[in-house]
Design a protein around this ligand. Sequence first.
Ligand code: SAM
Length: 285
Amino acid sequence: MKQAWKQDSNPALSDSQLIELSDKIAQSAKYKQLCKATILDIVRKEARRAGTKAELEGRVREKLHRVAALYLEKQRSAKLKKLLLEVSESGDSVLIEKACREILATHASTAERLGELEQTYQKLWKITGVPASILDLAAAFHPFGFRWMGLDPAKTKYFAYDINADFVELLRSYFELDKLNAKAIFRDVLVDPPQESADVAFFLKMYHCLENREAGSVLPWLEKLNVDHIIISLPRASLGKSERSVGLRYIEELRQYATLRGLPLSEEFSPDEHFLVLKLANKHS
Ligand SMILES: C[S@@+](CC[C@H](N)C(=O)[O-])C[C@H]1O[C@@H](n2cnc3c(N)ncnc32)[C@H](O)[C@@H]1O
C-alpha cells in the first residue's frame, strides 16, 4: 500500500514527514475531532501536487477547510448532546421525537428533508424493498430520522459512519436511547470502505463532496461496497447555479455507469433531493 502512493508522491518528502505533518494538523483545535485517516489521506494526495513542505501544508489546510470544516463546530454538538441527555432521562416518546426533529433541523442536509420525511422513505423502499440492514455512509444526523423510516428498531441492522467524532458520539447516544440495533462507526468511508454487507446503503448528499475532495474517486469506490442497493442523492434546493450544473454532470455520470455495467438504476425526487437508486448485482447474499 505504502509503495503505491510513494511512487506518485513528492520525492522530496518522506513518508515519516507526511505522517508528521498529518499528526500536527490532527492535533490542532480546528481538526481534533476529525478522523486522522482523512487528514493523512489528503496529505498524501496533495503531496503529489505540492513543491515544498510549506506549500503542501497550505494545500492540505485549504482542502480540509473545504471538505470538512463546515461540519466541525463544537458548540452545536455540545448543545445537542445536552438535549439528548434531557429527553433520554424523561423517557417520553413524544419528547424524543421532538428532539430528533430538532437535531435533524440543525444540519442543512437533513433539515431540507424534514418536510417529506416519511413519504421519502416509503418511495425508496418501493424500489429497494424494505431493508433489514443498512449502511449509512457519511451519515451526519441522517440516522436521527430512523423513527420515520418505517423500520423495525430491534430487527433492522444499521451501521452509520462519519469522520466527525462528535457526530459519532451523538449517534451512539441516540442509538442507545432508542434501543436500535445500530452501530455508529468513526471511519473515513473513502479511505476504508466498509466491509459490512447490507441490503441498502445510503450515500446521501455526498457524491459532490467526495468528488470535490478527489475527482474521480466515487465510481471506483462504489465497486468495493457489499450492498444490494445504493441510494445516492444530490441536493436540489441548497445548490447554487454552478453547483447545480456540476450536480447534473454527476447524475449523467451515474446514468452512464449504470448503462455500461448493465445495472438497474431508478430515480426518485423530493422537492429538495434527487435520489438515484442503483442495484448492485450479486453483492450481498
Ligand atoms: C453533507 S453531510 C451528509 C449528511 C447525510 N449523508 C445526509 O444527507 O443527511 C456530510 C457528512 O459526511 C461526513 N463525511 C465527509 N466525508 C466523509 C468520509 N469520507 N467518510 C465518512 N464521513 C464523511 C461529514 O463529517 C459530515 O457529517
